[in-house]
Design a protein around this ligand. Structure first.
Ligand code: PGA
Length: 258
């Protein structure tokens, strides 16, 4: 049986609060009863307002990052408790922009992921290789290291009982218009599933949703999620208008119902 499919939108540092509310309203109206999970990850400032709008809709809410610290003197940071009080269910951890621009290391990502799980927030762990690493045939070893370090110290039982989501986002495909081919993405997704099976358990490997991210659009979503190990997408640029995000959701649903 196919796992539930998820289409998540990472708005990054885009939209004003008002624009965010309008975009959310349009998506609620367009997808009153979606056959896939829809997750919106707007900027922090929008979370509480959007949570009120989606209260009676199946759309779920996620944040784009969070602090590993519980509370205290960490100017500018946002804690798991704060996200939960805004009704967030998900949090993106280790996005390549956090890794590259804000120098987040695998050890930081591991701490954030551990904190999110202990606070019943579902982490969407992002992993991915640069173009140089791909060209040097290092893709799988880089990803294996990101998975090993990111999931360090977490037990199989904890991961089984608290869902995690893993997003494969090749850095060369993010915001570039260059999408990985469905075969390239499937190869990596299968590798991730095998990793989970060998390091944790087959049950965890089978239940974990694996998303692809990097220039996903309506034109390429269907070929991607037709692949057996691709369970949805993490969408950046194309999640910023209701028309383009809805077209991706509709494409995914059509593939599921074929
Ligand atoms: P993109 O971004 O869809 O704009 O390539 C994806 C992401 O960064 O999650």
């Amino acid at each position: 049986m196919k796992r539930p499919q998820m289409i998540a939108g990472n708005w990054k540092m885009n939209t004003t609060y008002e624009e965010g509310l309008l975009l959310t309203e349009a998506l609620i109206n367009a997808h009153p009863d979606p056959l896939c999970e829809i997750v919106l990850c707007p900027p922090f400032t929008h979370l509480f307002g959007i949570s009120s709008l989606i209260k009676t809709s199946p759309i779920k809410l996620g944040a784009q990052t969070m602090s590993q610290e519980k509370n205290g003197a960490f100017t500018g940071e946002i804690s798991a408790d704060m996200l939960k009080s805004c009704h967030c269910k998900f949090v993106i951890i280790g996005h390549s922009e956090r890794r590259q621009i804000y120098q987040e290391k695998n050890t930081d990502i591991n701490q954030k992921l551990t904190t999110s799980i202990h606070n019943q927030l579902t982490p969407i762990l992002c992993i991915g290789e640069t173009l140089e690493e791909r060209n040097n045939q290092q893709t799988l070893s880089i990803l294996q290291n990101q998975l090993k370090e990111g999931l360090k110290g977490l037990s199989n039982d904890l991961l089984i009982n608290n869902q995690i989501v893993i997003a494969y986002e090749p850095i060369w495909a993010i915001g570039t218009g260059k999408v990985a081919t469905p075969d390239q993405a499937q190869e990596v997704h299968q590798f991730i599933r095998n990793f989970l099976s060998s390091q944790f358990s087959d049950q965890l490997a089978q239940q974990t949703q694996l998303l692809y991210g990097g220039s996903v659009k309506a034109e390429n979503i269907q070929a991607l999620i037709e692949k057996p190990d691709i369970d949805g997408a993490l969408v950046g640029g194309a999640s910023l208008t209701a028309a383009s995000f809805s077209a991706i959701i509709n494409g995914a649903v059509q593939t599921l119902t074929r």
